[in-house]
Design a protein around this ligand. Sequence first.
Ligand code: NAP
Ligand code: MG
Length: 401
Amino acid sequence: MAKIQMKTPLVEMDGDEMTRVLWQIIKDELLIPFIDLKTEYYDLGLEYRNETNDQVTFDSAEATKKYGVAVKCATITPNAARMTEYDLKEMWKSPNGTIRAALDGTVFRAPIQVKGIDPCVKNWAKPITLARHAYGDVYKNTEIKVPGAGKAELVFTAEDGTEIRKTIMDFDGPGIIQGIHNKDKSIESFARSCFNYALDTKQDLWFATKDTISKIYDHTFKDIFADIFEAEYKEKFDEAGIEYFYTLIDDAVARVMKAKGGFIWACKNYDGDVMSDMVSSACGSLAMMTSVLVSPSGVYEYEAAHGTVQRHYYKHLKGEETSTNSVATIFAWTGALRKRGEMDNIPELMEFADKLEKATLSTIESGKMTKDLALITSLENVTVLNSENFIKAIRETLENM
Ligand code: NAP
Ligand code: MG
């Protein structure tokens, strides 16, 4: 059979540890045999990021703006332990943070639902889609370790030289301070992406912050959402029979646990990080969730929401067998290929993406799965496969289709 031809390259961002291992197997087994895969390759593995002083991350983000679609493998965000492990020149920033800062936009994350893997929150009959603001706040912070007594101030200097100055704290001893920011423009595009996505998918939209405590910062998010909703979306929502609902973040968390699902939950950057891991774990596994960053200019970056699965990688290095779930990484590829097909008008590529997703899910439904799912499935006659054999089983299903 002739391979499916591509017109424009995908931006391919390789990553680290166990997900880097899966990345190569997915390409070899599930993509290259079927597609004349065109990618522009960026190695975001920590060693090469360190070698290039992280330039490769910035280059990959620029390439994404140029081509419009990227697919990203999970990457290590360095901490103190990684500094020694990889002999790093600097504690490089999170690549996801850098890419999101460059592209702006919103990350949409939805559980991948499959028969036999039921959410442990029994009342969640439908998926909950998380819309995570992908710019600013604690992900683009400035921090100081305060060495001792002294005054910490927040200062804004306008272009004309006028100052706004507030005291953060009169320290009587050592401590810590942090400066964070966001931009009205970014919050506005976050709001519009969420309202548009709600209309596209005909689902209610929930949004929550802590505006009672953060009377300026979080309150601005609340106000911008409310203003844009009233001015541009209220009528469209009424027509579509859907609702926009704002509440406090702690109230939202409590309500989500009792809800039936089937709505979009818009979260500020940090809340979205934490809550998407909660929702995906409750739906079975961190690896059963799709994740796509959508920029206001219509650029898409697909990834898995989980990390590099370090614990499994160390076992892999010792020659021990691993059973790492590759579903989220496969769905990152299918999302990117489908979007490339849509942009370049290649229906075969879009059909292939659909088929690969279906093959992945029916492989699980036939009882062949990785250990994380085997532990929670309601299916009987389950075969637990290792990392590689699970991907090979999907290949077999795909070929039979
Ligand atoms: P992690 O890679 O998400 O894994 C945490 C645990 O979750 C694993 O030990 C495993 O549990 C389970 N798990 C996650 N993905 C799985 C999969 N595909 N299949 C089966 N089980 C899975 O988080 P981490 O180990 O805390 O972080 C490792 C590295 O990833 C860190 O350096 C961090 O910076 C990075 N990270 C990157 C991203 C990203 O690039 N998007 C996101 C988060 C973290 P068991 O061990 O119990 O099997
Ligand atoms: Mg996370």
